[in-house]
Write a protein that binds this ligand. Structure first.
Ligand SMILES: NC(=O)c1ccc[n+]([C@@H]2O[C@H](COP(=O)([O-])OP(=O)(O)OC[C@H]3O[C@@H](n4cnc5c(N)ncnc54)[C@H](O)[C@@H]3O)[C@@H](O)[C@H]2O)c1
Length: 216
């Protein structure tokens, strides 16, 4: 969604002598996802790996008592997170699987879940989506194995990214205090796990947790 960020990434990698193909698309839009995959395959002749990484948060309690009133999580906050974090993963995985199966050369679909999938205060919408991502991963691994397509997920704990930098400093510190390894993950530690999942041809239908021992 972030065209300026994509342009910057392209500039940085081009300067390092690497090449990449960039395209802005909303993963929650069926038409945009369909075109994105079609155009990619037309340009590159096929697709081997898809990483479902796009995600958002709209945190809030299911209900909150304030000044003798009961506030409710807005349906819009529920729906936006489900649209991007669950429907977006479904749409991208569906298009990826269709192209991989048509190619007949197998492939791997990796989706980013979260340790929040087990339940987390203030995240009804996010936890529902991330639990759904974990369950869909198992389903796809079973359905697509006959075509040589694997599906797996990674469940990070807390990672230093724009998403967590947006958390209020005192709350952020309280989170870090609870992580046995005493810090959030660096992005490179998640991409290392991603690489392992992509390269290991016997890994499918599982959720790999990379959380500094946070989840009990
Ligand atoms: N940061 C963490 O601590 C953490 C922990 C567990 C899981 N995750 C998951 O990791 C993934 C990446 O998170 P992050 O921390 O890098 O977040 P981020 O906010 O830094 O980046 C999210 C990216 O998703 C893109 N995006 C948002 N909505 C989109 C849409 N509708 N279509 C296409 N792209 C869209 C944004 O442009 C952005 O580039 C997410 O799925 C997130 O839920 C993050």
């Amino acid at each position: 969604m972030d065209q300026a960020g994509l342009d910057q990434l392209a500039a940085d990698l081009t300067a390092q002598g690497k090449s990449l193909w960039i395209r802005q698309a909303n993963v929650a839009r069926e038409d945009e996802v369909g075109t994105l995959f079609q155009d990619f395959v037309a340009e590159h002749g096929g697709i081997d790996v898809v990483v479902n990484n796009a995600g958002i948060t709209r945190d809030g309690l299911l209900i909150k008592r304030k000044d003798d009133k009961t506030l409710r999580m807005p349906l819009q906050d529920w729906q936006q997170v489900i649209d991007v974090n669950l429907t977006g993963v479904f749409l991208c995985a569906r298009e990826a699987a269709a192209h991989m199966v048509e190619q007949g050369t197998g492939g791997v679909i990796v989706s980013i879940s979260s340790i929040s999938r087990a339940g987390q205060v203030g995240q009804t919408n996010y936890t529902a989506a991330k639990a759904g991502v974990a369950a869909m991963t198992v389903t796809w691994a079973k359905e697509l194995a006959r075509y040589g397509v694997r599906a797996a997920a990674i469940a990070p704990g807390y990672v230093s990214t724009e998403m967590t930098e947006a958390i209020r400093e005192d709350i952020r510190q309280r989170i870090v205090d609870q992580i046995p390894l005493g810090r959030m993950a660096a992005m490179g530690e998640i991409s290392l796990a991603l690489r392992f999942v992509i390269e290991n041809d016997y890994l499918s239908g599982r959720v790999l947790e990379v959380d500094g021992a946070l989840r009990i």
